[in-house]
Structure formats: C-alpha cells, structure tokens
Design a protein around this ligand. Structure first.
Ligand code: GLY
Length: 375
C-alpha cells in the first residue's frame, strides 16, 4: 500500500549503489537518454544539462559523498562556456542552472554559484515578450526559422529561477515576469478538463494568440503526459512561490486530470489521448515529474485533501521503483526504464531518460522527509 513506506529505504539504497557505480562511468558530463544500456552524452548547451549534476546534488545532500559534489561542481563549471556562447541558450536555462548553481548555492552557499544563477536569471528575463506576456521558448532551429512567438508548457519549470533571483536580490522584476508568464499559462495552456497544450504560438508583435501546436504530444488537441506533468509540478511551484489561489486551483485541476488518466500501474502513457492504432508506450519520466508535483501539492493543502495527492504521488514512485527500475542490470546506466522523450520525431522511445531519473530521486528524497527544494 502507498502508505506503507518500507520500500522507500530499499529504493534509496539501490539508487545510491547504482549512482556510485554510474558516476564513475559518466563523470562530469551531460547524459540524456540511455540507448542499449549506455547514457548518450549531449552538448552542455542541451536543455537536459542540469539533471545529472542535480541528481548528484540530491544524493550528496543525504550521503555527503564528496565524489558526487566534485562531479556536480565540474558540470557547473563546464556550463560557463554555454553562458558566454549565449546565443545557444533558450528558456531552459531555468532547468539548467536551478539544478547546478542554485542547488549548489542552496546547499553550500557558494558565492560563485550565486553569481552564475543571477547572471542566467537576467538572460532569462531577456526572453520575455511584454506584449504577449510570455517567455519565448526557443531560438531559431534552422536558417529562416521564426519561432519568436512560441511559448511552451515546460517553461513553468524555468520560473523558479526568477523567484529565486527576486529572493536573493530583493528586486521584484524577476517575480513580476514569472507571474506574468504564469497568468499566460492559465489563460492559454490549461483546458477546462485539466489537460494542457504543449505549444502556443502568439503573434510576437501584437501578443495575440495565433494557434495551439501539438509539439511532443500526438496532436494539438491530445494530452501529452509530460506536458501535463510539467503543469502539475510547475503550477504547484507557482502556488508555493506566490501563494495566489488561482495557481492552487489550476494545479488541482491538472492534477485531477493526470491522476484520473493513469493506467493500472500508475505510470502514464506518453499521451493520455491516443487513437487506437498508436502504440501506448509509457513515459516513466512524466510519472516521476508529476509525482514530485503531487507531493508538493499535498504539502500545501489541508490534511483532509493532502491524502489524495500524497497517495497518488507515492503510488507512482512505488510503481516506478517496483516495475520500471533497472536495479539489478549492471549493463544499464539508467535508473528508470521506459521513458519517451519525443514520440512524434521517433526519438528516445522506451528508454531511461535523465530527467526521469532525476525526478524519481527527488521524489524519493521528498518522501524521506527532505522537503528543501532546489526549485
Ligand atoms: N522540455 C522538453 C521535454 O519535456 O521534452
């Protein structure tokens, strides 16, 4: 049962053992998806760069194992050249530096990490479109590409960097921008039934909404489960940082949709609204992300309501541990199997994903009682 947490210590031990081994192989690099058992490395500018060092910080926080700290710090230092190469940076700098510089600053008070975090928060501010009240997602992917009007649901997870910058500097501009983007999400991304759009295109000159785009989901009106998970956690964090009721209602709405659409083993398919002829691969990463959001939501509501969210988040994590964990397989770098990164592009389907691993470990740490979030 979800409230019997005997499995938790066992799961945490297995994470520790496995990360101790894989950290020697992966080192200060930037894994994304594990193919045939080996984590494939990405350039440090790729949006997933923060998850491996972030995972190491989570384990370091409990174990104080210096080898994890050293690797996480080396990763952070490697990211410096991404800052100077700034044209490659997109809105996901929030993910990248929250789990490296902000994490290190929160854990160890390192001044240089504070400086990096604030520098990047300023770069993120520069992506705000004041007419449409959204943070622009990406840079052109190819010559002639104009995506200056695109905003995506995932960006909710980039906002905590801005709230942190306001907390550190006392300057409200950062949180004002985060809240403006949050209001745009409520108005344009969340459907009445609690499902979400992945991408919305705005006219960057007038700020008018142009269209919804399917993105990594099956279609513009389907329900990409990782997008839903970003919304569960991102809106829960928005409520934590603002205390504004509208975000509490919104995170409950998307959480209810997410929970109601989980299959029997509590680990979501990659899209909740798929036609019969499309394979319903799992996306374990969506489960791990949503579990963290549900546990945070449980902490922010009355004890009568908390049980629903705590139980749902715990059941997801327990199922990931029992049914999707790659614990005994020494030939597999990943912790959690069956993530799906980008089905429409046929990329990384049914494989471990570093963000699935990260959020799984964050969820376990939260269940163990460590509620201090990097976000
Ligand atoms: N932020 C991109 C993704 O969730 O795949």
């Amino acid at each position: 049962m979800a409230n019997n947490l005997a499995w938790l210590d066992e799961a945490w031990q297995k994470v520790n053992d496995k990360v101790k081994r894989t950290s020697k192989k992966i080192g200060p690099n930037f894994p994304h998806a594990s193919l045939n058992g080996s984590y494939q490395l990405e350039a440090p500018s790729w949006w997933t760069a923060g998850f491996w060092p972030g995972l190491l910080w989570l384990v370091y926080r409990e174990t104080k194992d210096e080898s994890f700290r050293e690797i996480a710090e080396q990763c952070e230092e490697k990211l410096d050249r991404v800052i100077t190469d700034y044209y490659k940076l997109d809105h996901d700098m929030g993910f990248m530096w929250t789990l490296t510089s902000v994490a290190r600053y929160k854990l160890l008070g390192e001044e240089d990490s504070k400086r990096r975090g604030l520098l990047v928060a300023n770069l993120l501010m520069g992506r705000f479109n004041a007419k449409g009240n959204y943070i622009r997602a990406w840079n052109p992917w190819f010559e002639g590409d104009d995506n200056s009007g695109l905003a995506i649901i995932d960006c909710l997870m980039n906002l905590p960097l801005l709230f942190w910058a306001t907390e550190i500097t006392g300057d409200p501009r950062y949180s004002i921008v985060a809240k403006k983007h949050g209001e745009t999400v409520l108005e344009h991304f969340i459907r009445k039934d609690g499902s979400v759009h992945h991408i919305i295109r705005f006219d960057p000159e007038t700020g008018e909404r142009v269209e919804a785009i399917g993105g990594q989901g099956f279609a513009s009106e389907s329900a990409w489960s990782r997008g839903a998970a970003w919304a569960v956690y991102g809106l829960s964090l928005l409520y934590k940082h603002t205390n504004e009721e509208k975000y509490l209602q919104a995170t409950k709405n998307v959480s209810h949709f997410f929970i109601a659409n989980l299959p029997e083993d509590d680990v979501p398919h990659w899209d909740f609204r798929l036609p019969e002829n499309i394979t319903k691969h799992r996306d374990s990463s969506a489960g791990a992300i949503a579990a963290c959001g549900l546990l945070l939501l449980a902490d922010q509501v009355s004890s009568t309501e908390a049980g629903i969210y705590k139980e749902a988040g715990t059941k997801i994590l327990k199922s990931l541990y029992e049914n999707y964990g790659a614990w005994e397989n020494e030939q597999e770098d990943g912790l959690i199997l069956e993530g799906t990164s980008h089905y429409p592009e046929g990329k990384n389907i049914d494989v471990p994903l570093i963000y699935g691993d990260y959020y799984f470990v964050e969820g376990l740490a939260t269940l163990k009682g460590n509620r201090e979030l990097f976000w």
